[in-house]
Design a protein around this ligand. Structure first.
Ligand code: NAD
Ligand code: AKB
Length: 312
């Protein structure tokens, strides 16, 4: 049985995806990888820089990899500060992993983002197929990754699949420098000091999803019947369309003394202003049965229970 490789496995998604994959397919079948020499996670781990094709080929061969979840990337706000590195890691890494998938006949998962859209895209109920003219380097690498994935699927027969993920909310998170990180930071502040200074405006509406739904969607898409997939890269998915003020109000139902003030960061606000406010996920629902279990109320309840259980 061939193994499953996760790149960027020590990030916000990877840490939870690796656990879920090991529960589902067996611990010994899942190889976590990232830039660090050693992993804080249990289980099989490889140091792997996705910009280095030789390192990738070595791991693919030695570990007999049959599927890759390629998560390594620089997120939107970090990428905007280091555009050259973002291109090298996000674009170079995706190209290298697509090439490896072709050479070793592997399945490949590519996580696109709401960032693949831009200010000229319809912002409400953003369709599956629409204008994609992002204005961030992160978004440019996501659109290019989607197109390259489609090309490898159609022209070179590689089994590439992808999701356009919204902002993800999780409790075990080590955050990577995204624009939607405010939501995770707000939750972390509830259990720490009961107040939060938000870097986005109170009314900055964006799509969000709770991590358990995102992880389930990734695995479900990778297991879906290929003949039912009308789109390869990438399916719109979402669970809720919320503003910082709405999230704060929901949190206050459980923590009445929690306060939020708004000190807007112009860079991240301008990124948020260029993204959709709500995605149309009907194609994912129809083609492979996507259905999120957590809405704003259920996600908030679960996040607070888990954060309070682990608070010092
Ligand atoms: P993250 O920043 O938390 O983790 C990314 C990981 O990639 C880090 O552990 C980092 O060390 C690693 N990395 C960076 N450069 C690398 C390199 N050259 N080689 C190998 N590893 C490298 O990101 P995340 O939130 O876990 O996101 C994972 C993927 O999902 C990214 O492609 C991201 O664009 C996409 N995505 C995330 C979200 C979200 O809200 N978290 C939303 C949409 C899409
Ligand atoms: C970010 O904010 O950069 C990510 C994303 C939505 O792609 N969370």
């Amino acid at each position: 049985m061939r193994q499953i490789l996760v790149t960027g496995a020590l990030g916000q998604i990877g840490a939870e995806l690796v656990t879920a994959l090991r529960e589902r397919y067996g611990a010994e079948r899942v190889v976590a990888s990232d830039l660090k020499q050693f992993s804080p996670l249990d289980g099989v781990y490889e140091r792997l820089d996705c910009t280095q094709p030789q390192m990738i080929a070595d791991v693919m061969r030695r570990r007999e990899i049959g599927a890759v979840y390629h998560l390594a990337a620089l997120l939107s706000a970090v990428a905007e500060k280091r555009p050259q590195s973002a291109w090298n890691v996000n674009m170079g890494g995706t190209y290298n992993l697509l090439e490896a998938a072709r050479e070793f006949a592997c399945q490949l998962f590519f996580p696109s983002s709401i960032a693949a859209f831009g200010p000229s895209t319809p912002r409400e109920r953003t369709p599956q197929m629409t204008i994609q003219r992002p204005t961030t380097i992160y978004g440019v690498t996501k659109v290019a990754g989607e197109l390259l994935g489609d090309y490898y699927a159609r022209r070179l027969g590689v089994d590439v699949r992808g999701l356009r993920l919204p902002g993800l909310i999780s409790y075990g998170a080590k955050l990577g420098g995204g624009t939607t990180d405010y939501a995770v930071e707000m939750f972390q502040s509830v259990v720490r000091d009961k107040r939060y200074s938000c870097f986005l405006a109170a009314d900055a509406r964006l799509d969000m999803m709770y991590m358990p739904d995102a992880v389930r969607a990734m695995i479900q898409l990778m297991e879906a019947d290929a003949t039912r997939l009308k789109y390869r890269n990438a399916y719109n998915v979402t669970a809720m369309s919320i503003t910082p003020a709405e999230l704060a109000a929901e949190i206050r139902k459980h923590a009445p003394h929690f306060t939020v003030d708004y000190r807007v960061d112009p860079l991240r606000q301008s990124i948020a202003d260029s993204w959709p406010q709500s995605l149309d996920a009907s194609a994912a629902r129809e083609d492979w049965g996507f259905f999120p279990r957590f809405d704003l109320a259920a996600m908030t309840r679960d996040m607070l229970v888990r954060l309070r259980a682990t608070a010092p």
